[in-house]
Design a protein around this ligand. Structure first.
Ligand SMILES: CC(C)(COP(=O)(O)OP(=O)(O)OC[C@H]1O[C@@H](n2cnc3c(N)ncnc32)[C@H](O)[C@@H]1OP(=O)(O)O)[C@@H](O)C(=O)NCCC(=O)NCCS
Length: 189
Protein backbone atom coordinates (compact mmCIF):
# COMPACT_ATOMS: atom_id res chain seq x y z
CA UNK A 1 0.00 0.00 0.00
CA UNK A 2 3.08 2.25 -0.18
CA UNK A 3 1.74 4.32 -3.07
CA UNK A 4 -1.04 5.58 -0.78
CA UNK A 5 1.33 6.54 2.04
CA UNK A 6 0.72 10.28 1.67
CA UNK A 7 -2.85 10.00 0.60
CA UNK A 8 -4.86 11.95 3.14
CA UNK A 9 -8.60 12.41 3.54
CA UNK A 10 -8.41 16.22 3.54
CA UNK A 11 -5.84 18.94 2.99
CA UNK A 12 -3.58 19.07 6.04
CA UNK A 13 -2.79 22.77 5.52
CA UNK A 14 -6.18 23.72 6.98
CA UNK A 15 -4.98 22.54 10.41
CA UNK A 16 -2.04 24.93 10.21
CA UNK A 17 -4.42 27.84 9.54
CA UNK A 18 -6.19 27.36 12.89
CA UNK A 19 -5.42 29.51 15.93
CA UNK A 20 -3.08 26.91 17.38
CA UNK A 21 -1.63 29.31 19.97
CA UNK A 22 -5.11 29.82 21.45
CA UNK A 23 -5.63 26.07 21.51
CA UNK A 24 -2.26 25.51 23.20
CA UNK A 25 -3.23 28.06 25.86
CA UNK A 26 -6.34 26.01 26.67
CA UNK A 27 -4.53 22.74 27.44
CA UNK A 28 -1.45 21.78 29.45
CA UNK A 29 0.89 20.06 27.03
CA UNK A 30 4.39 18.87 28.00
CA UNK A 31 7.25 21.39 27.55
CA UNK A 32 8.24 21.75 23.89
CA UNK A 33 4.99 20.23 22.66
CA UNK A 34 2.51 22.00 20.39
CA UNK A 35 -1.03 21.48 19.14
CA UNK A 36 0.04 19.50 16.06
CA UNK A 37 2.96 17.78 17.84
CA UNK A 38 1.44 17.25 21.30
CA UNK A 39 4.23 15.14 22.82
CA UNK A 40 7.49 13.37 21.94
CA UNK A 41 6.93 11.60 18.62
CA UNK A 42 3.24 12.49 18.48
CA UNK A 43 1.68 14.15 15.43
CA UNK A 44 -1.86 15.29 14.67
CA UNK A 45 -2.86 14.94 11.03
CA UNK A 46 -5.71 13.98 8.66
CA UNK A 47 -6.57 10.30 8.30
CA UNK A 48 -4.44 8.58 5.65
CA UNK A 49 -5.51 5.71 3.44
CA UNK A 50 -2.73 3.62 5.01
CA UNK A 51 -3.96 4.14 8.59
CA UNK A 52 -6.04 0.99 8.50
CA UNK A 53 -2.80 -0.97 8.81
CA UNK A 54 -1.36 1.06 11.70
CA UNK A 55 -3.99 0.87 14.36
CA UNK A 56 -6.85 3.18 13.37
CA UNK A 57 -9.36 0.33 13.56
CA UNK A 58 -7.91 -0.83 16.91
CA UNK A 59 -8.37 2.65 18.37
CA UNK A 60 -11.96 2.86 17.11
CA UNK A 61 -12.66 -0.53 18.66
CA UNK A 62 -12.03 1.06 22.07
CA UNK A 63 -15.11 3.20 21.38
CA UNK A 64 -17.54 0.73 19.85
CA UNK A 65 -17.99 -2.48 17.86
CA UNK A 66 -16.18 -1.75 14.59
CA UNK A 67 -17.14 -5.07 12.98
CA UNK A 68 -14.99 -6.96 10.53
CA UNK A 69 -13.41 -4.24 8.37
CA UNK A 70 -10.91 -5.60 5.81
CA UNK A 71 -8.21 -3.38 4.31
CA UNK A 72 -10.13 -3.38 1.02
CA UNK A 73 -13.34 -2.26 2.72
CA UNK A 74 -11.45 0.49 4.50
CA UNK A 75 -9.84 1.74 1.27
CA UNK A 76 -13.14 1.73 -0.64
CA UNK A 77 -14.83 3.62 2.18
CA UNK A 78 -11.95 6.09 2.47
CA UNK A 79 -12.24 6.87 -1.26
CA UNK A 80 -16.00 7.39 -0.98
CA UNK A 81 -15.50 9.75 1.95
CA UNK A 82 -12.82 11.71 0.12
CA UNK A 83 -15.08 12.02 -2.91
CA UNK A 84 -17.52 13.97 -0.70
CA UNK A 85 -15.46 17.13 -0.75
CA UNK A 86 -15.37 19.33 2.37
CA UNK A 87 -17.42 16.88 4.44
CA UNK A 88 -15.30 14.35 6.36
CA UNK A 89 -12.51 15.70 8.54
CA UNK A 90 -11.30 12.50 10.17
CA UNK A 91 -8.25 13.46 12.21
CA UNK A 92 -5.79 11.16 13.93
CA UNK A 93 -2.94 11.30 16.42
CA UNK A 94 -0.02 9.06 15.46
CA UNK A 95 2.85 8.02 17.70
CA UNK A 96 5.79 8.03 15.28
CA UNK A 97 7.87 6.04 17.79
CA UNK A 98 5.62 3.03 17.40
CA UNK A 99 4.08 4.05 14.05
CA UNK A 100 0.63 3.53 15.56
CA UNK A 101 -2.54 5.61 15.61
CA UNK A 102 -3.25 6.44 19.26
CA UNK A 103 -6.22 8.78 19.02
CA UNK A 104 -8.79 10.07 16.59
CA UNK A 105 -11.85 12.22 16.07
CA UNK A 106 -14.13 13.21 13.22
CA UNK A 107 -15.68 16.51 12.29
CA UNK A 108 -18.53 15.86 9.89
CA UNK A 109 -19.69 18.97 8.03
CA UNK A 110 -23.30 18.73 6.96
CA UNK A 111 -24.60 21.04 4.23
CA UNK A 112 -28.03 22.42 5.12
CA UNK A 113 -30.57 24.38 3.09
CA UNK A 114 -31.98 26.01 6.22
CA UNK A 115 -30.34 29.04 7.80
CA UNK A 116 -29.43 30.38 4.35
CA UNK A 117 -27.73 27.17 3.22
CA UNK A 118 -25.62 26.96 6.37
CA UNK A 119 -23.12 24.30 7.41
CA UNK A 120 -23.58 22.28 10.60
CA UNK A 121 -20.66 20.51 12.26
CA UNK A 122 -20.96 17.21 14.12
CA UNK A 123 -18.24 15.69 16.27
CA UNK A 124 -18.10 11.91 16.00
CA UNK A 125 -15.88 9.00 17.05
CA UNK A 126 -13.64 10.77 19.56
CA UNK A 127 -11.32 8.24 21.16
CA UNK A 128 -7.87 8.06 22.69
CA UNK A 129 -6.13 4.71 23.07
CA UNK A 130 -6.25 3.63 26.72
CA UNK A 131 -2.50 3.81 27.40
CA UNK A 132 -2.42 7.41 26.05
CA UNK A 133 -5.34 8.74 28.09
CA UNK A 134 -4.86 11.50 30.64
CA UNK A 135 -2.25 13.29 28.50
CA UNK A 136 -4.63 16.00 27.19
CA UNK A 137 -4.95 14.29 23.81
CA UNK A 138 -8.74 13.88 24.01
CA UNK A 139 -9.11 17.51 24.95
CA UNK A 140 -6.77 18.51 22.12
CA UNK A 141 -8.66 16.60 19.43
CA UNK A 142 -12.03 17.99 20.55
CA UNK A 143 -10.78 21.59 20.74
CA UNK A 144 -8.99 21.26 17.39
CA UNK A 145 -12.07 19.89 15.59
CA UNK A 146 -14.29 22.47 17.29
CA UNK A 147 -12.04 25.26 16.07
CA UNK A 148 -11.95 23.63 12.62
CA UNK A 149 -15.77 23.74 12.51
CA UNK A 150 -15.62 27.48 13.15
CA UNK A 151 -12.90 27.96 10.53
CA UNK A 152 -15.07 26.10 8.01
CA UNK A 153 -17.92 28.50 8.82
CA UNK A 154 -20.24 26.03 10.57
CA UNK A 155 -23.06 27.85 12.38
CA UNK A 156 -22.93 25.31 15.22
CA UNK A 157 -21.17 22.12 16.21
CA UNK A 158 -22.93 19.32 18.08
CA UNK A 159 -22.19 15.89 19.52
CA UNK A 160 -23.91 13.03 21.32
CA UNK A 161 -22.29 11.45 24.34
CA UNK A 162 -22.92 9.19 27.32
CA UNK A 163 -23.77 10.83 30.64
CA UNK A 164 -20.34 9.76 31.92
CA UNK A 165 -18.61 11.88 29.26
CA UNK A 166 -20.73 15.00 29.79
CA UNK A 167 -18.27 16.60 32.26
CA UNK A 168 -15.46 16.09 29.72
CA UNK A 169 -17.31 17.96 26.96
CA UNK A 170 -18.71 20.57 29.35
CA UNK A 171 -15.14 21.37 30.42
CA UNK A 172 -14.49 22.17 26.74
CA UNK A 173 -17.41 24.56 26.38
CA UNK A 174 -20.19 22.24 25.16
CA UNK A 175 -23.62 22.69 26.78
CA UNK A 176 -26.64 20.42 26.90
CA UNK A 177 -29.51 22.29 25.24
CA UNK A 178 -32.30 21.73 27.75
CA UNK A 179 -34.99 23.07 25.42
CA UNK A 180 -33.95 20.80 22.59
CA UNK A 181 -32.60 17.68 24.22
CA UNK A 182 -34.62 14.71 22.93
CA UNK A 183 -32.22 12.55 20.97
CA UNK A 184 -34.51 10.16 19.00
CA UNK A 185 -33.48 7.00 17.17
CA UNK A 186 -34.76 3.92 15.32
CA UNK A 187 -32.06 1.27 15.32
CA UNK A 188 -31.82 -1.31 12.53
CA UNK A 189 -28.72 -2.95 13.98
C1 LIG B 1 -13.10 10.61 26.61
C2 LIG B 1 -11.66 10.47 26.14
C3 LIG B 1 -11.59 10.77 24.64
C4 LIG B 1 -10.79 11.49 26.90
O1 LIG B 1 -9.49 11.42 26.38
P1 LIG B 1 -8.19 11.69 27.28
O2 LIG B 1 -7.04 11.87 26.36
O3 LIG B 1 -8.04 10.67 28.35
O4 LIG B 1 -8.59 13.05 27.99
P2 LIG B 1 -7.61 14.24 28.38
O5 LIG B 1 -6.32 13.74 28.90
O6 LIG B 1 -7.55 15.19 27.25
O7 LIG B 1 -8.45 14.85 29.55
C5 LIG B 1 -8.69 16.20 29.61
C6 LIG B 1 -9.40 16.49 30.88
O8 LIG B 1 -10.68 15.88 30.89
C7 LIG B 1 -10.80 15.01 32.02
N1 LIG B 1 -11.56 13.85 31.58
C8 LIG B 1 -11.15 12.88 30.76
N2 LIG B 1 -12.15 11.99 30.56
C9 LIG B 1 -13.19 12.44 31.28
C10 LIG B 1 -14.53 12.00 31.48
N3 LIG B 1 -15.01 10.90 30.90
N4 LIG B 1 -15.33 12.73 32.31
C11 LIG B 1 -14.88 13.85 32.90
N5 LIG B 1 -13.63 14.33 32.73
C12 LIG B 1 -12.82 13.63 31.93
C13 LIG B 1 -9.40 14.70 32.43
O9 LIG B 1 -9.37 14.40 33.81
C14 LIG B 1 -8.65 15.98 32.09
O10 LIG B 1 -8.82 16.93 33.08
P3 LIG B 1 -7.65 18.03 33.35
O11 LIG B 1 -7.41 18.76 32.06
O12 LIG B 1 -8.23 18.87 34.42
O13 LIG B 1 -6.46 17.21 33.74
C15 LIG B 1 -11.07 9.06 26.44
O14 LIG B 1 -11.27 8.78 27.81
C16 LIG B 1 -11.67 7.95 25.61
O15 LIG B 1 -11.20 7.70 24.50
N6 LIG B 1 -12.67 7.26 26.16
C17 LIG B 1 -13.30 6.10 25.48
C18 LIG B 1 -14.06 6.50 24.24
C19 LIG B 1 -15.11 7.55 24.53
O16 LIG B 1 -15.91 7.43 25.47
N7 LIG B 1 -15.11 8.60 23.67
C20 LIG B 1 -16.09 9.67 23.77
C21 LIG B 1 -17.24 9.37 22.90
S1 LIG B 1 -18.52 10.58 23.06
Amino acid sequence: MAIFQNDTLYDESILKRLDLKKLESEISLPPGASALAPGPGLVVRPLSIADCTIGYIDVLSQLTDVGNVSEGMFIDTFKKMRACADTYYVTVIEDLNSNQIVGCGTLLVEQKIIHSCALRGRLEDIVVSDEYRGKQLGKLIVLLLTQLAKELNCYKVTLDCKDSNRPFYESLGYKKEESNSNFMVIRYR
